[in-house]
Design a protein around this ligand. Structure first.
Ligand SMILES: [Zn+2]
Length: 87
């Protein structure tokens, strides 16, 4: 009988931990979606290669003839340069 009560207690504690953990996840998700809507104090720029908007400070920049381009990732930057060189 004591073992049974112990098990119930264990499940209860486990549920409590799980609940606080999922609450934390919700908070993180809210921050991420807030960022996607551009609510944070940062400039959103468009990737000229994949046409995705992202915060400028997270981007990879590339200078070409005095013009600065911002890319969401190094891959996009490399692919864009490749495309440019093909023309
Ligand atoms: Zn991109």
């Amino acid at each position: 009988m004591l073992k049974f009560i112990f098990l119930i207690g264990l499940v209860y504690i486990g549920l409590k931990i799980y609940k606080s953990w999922s609450r934390l996840n919700v908070a993180v998700n809210r921050t991420v979606s807030g960022m996607a809507r551009g609510e944070i104090d940062d400039v959103m720029v468009k990737d000229p290669y994949c046409h995705v908007y992202f915060p400028k400070r997270n981007g990879v920049h590339f200078k070409n003839n005095g013009e600065v381009f911002y890319f969401c990732s190094k891959e996009c930057k490399d692919l864009y340069i490749q495309e440019m060189n093909k023309k």
